[in-house]
Design a protein around this ligand. Structure first.
Ligand code: ATP
Ligand code: MG
Ligand code: MG
Length: 351
């Protein structure tokens, strides 16, 4: 059988490995950390750094196709892998999503709405950007941000200096603050033949920049629901995308505003593990392996709760709840803010 190569050995890589294994594939994970969540469930683990060309080459040669669980893969590593094996989703999706400025320009060109934005490299840029965009606003590093890290809120122009200091000289982006009523996301998949399957949009609640819960169905009227799915399909087609993509949206009375995209399986899609016949992880594996996409229709109402840091102390209690499916990542050390697992609570008898 074929072997799927996965760059990154965190919980997303782990759940991709499990899904691949269920379809009869072998998996090989590339990850510097020896004791990572994915290494416990995958067939092979290349424990090496992204700046090790020999390790990258032997990893690529050991697999049939390469996918990834995070978007910040160094370009130099991709350059090496690309000469040996197909990378799915493709490099254009990575290039665009690695930089918030490139991403917002791409979305704008597609005719999609984003928060107003401006590039900020220094104090002069920030002053000009604040004149244009106004307050409140958020200054974000253009690269490497996740779970709300690398962001500073600017409530009044008096906060500007402090916010700029927090960027520590790295290129940043100022975003106008969107007065949304709630946040939703669409998890969408596209196969090499161009077929598309979107999961039902989920409603997301964040706390301190970290996803706390996802609830399906989301509060959306029929127009908003079809707009959300159509705009996700628009993005997939524009990138000639293969695999699963997460699209985070702000819901406002007038329109849906795209917050960001992630070229991978997404935390807000974890509910699909217990709410659909084929979940986001299997859908991603199917797409990258050129299988037909599976049935991603939602059969149940679900609330997904992330178990973050000491939340995991409640596992035994959660384990005995009815209608609760527990997913733990096997992480040895529990730290504040660290995602340790999640629980999908099904609404009994409803769909
Ligand atoms: P992720 O872990 O999802 O990749 P991230 O670090 O890339 O997170 P964002 O998604 O940009 O962060 O922001 C995190 C959260 O902060 C959003 O889900 C939203 O709640 C809030 N937020 C971000 N940008 C804006 C904005 N322009 N207006 C209002 N709220 C925002
Ligand atoms: Mg992000
Ligand atoms: Mg986000």
């Amino acid at each position: 059988g074929a072997t799927i190569g996965i760059l990154g050995g965190g919980q997303l890589g782990r759940m991709l490995s499990v899904a691949a294994s269920r379809l009869g594939f072998k998996t090989c994970v590339f990850e510097p950390d020896g004791d990572c969540p994915a290494s416990h469930v995958s067939n092979y683990h290349v424990k090496a750094d992204y700046d090790d060309p020999d390790a990258l080459r032997s990893f690529a040669q050991a697999v049939d196709v390469v996918t990834y669980e995070f978007e910040n893969i160094p370009t130099s590593a991709l350059d090496i892998i690309e000469t040996l094996r197909p990378i799915r989703p493709g490099r254009e999706a990575l290039r665009i999503s690695q930089d918030r400025l490139t991403e917002k320009e791409f979305l704008t060109k597609l005719g999609l709405k984003t928060a107003p934005f401006a590039a900020v490299d220094n104090g002069d840029d920030l002053a000009t950007a604040l004149d244009q965009i106004g307050t409140p606003a958020i200054l974000k590093t253009r690269r490497f941000g996740y779970d709300g890290k690398g962001q500073a809120r600017i409530m009044t122009s008096g906060d500007a200096e402090q916010a700029l200091a927090e960027m520590a000289g790295t290129p940043a982006l100022l975003e106008g603050f969107v007065a949304f009523s709630h946040e939703v996301s669409v998890i969408a998949a596209r196969a090499p033949d161009g077929s598309i399957s979107c999961f039902d949009p989920g409603e997301n609640v964040h706390q301190g920049g970290i996803l706390r819960t996802t609830t399906v169905p989301a509060r959306l009227n029929p127009t908003q629901r079809s707009d959300a799915v159509l705009l996700a399909a628009n993005i997939l087609n524009a990138l000639d995308y293969v695999g699963v993509l997460g699209v985070e949206l702000f819901v406002t009375p007038g329109e849906l505003i795209v917050n960001e995209i992630a070229p991978r399986v997404h935390n807000s899609g974890h509910w699909t593990q217990n709410g659909c016949a084929v979940d986001q992880f299997e859908q991603h594996i199917r797409a990258v392996a050129s299988w037909p996409l599976g049935d991603g229709r939602r059969h149940s109402d679900v609330v997904m709760e992330n178990l973050i840091g000491s939340d995991v102390d409640r596992v035994r209690q959660i384990a005995s709840e009815p209608h609760a499916a527990l997913h733990l990542y096997g992480k040895a050390a529990c730290k504040p803010g660290r995602k340790m697992g999640h629980v999908n609570r099904l609404k009994p008898g409803a769909s």
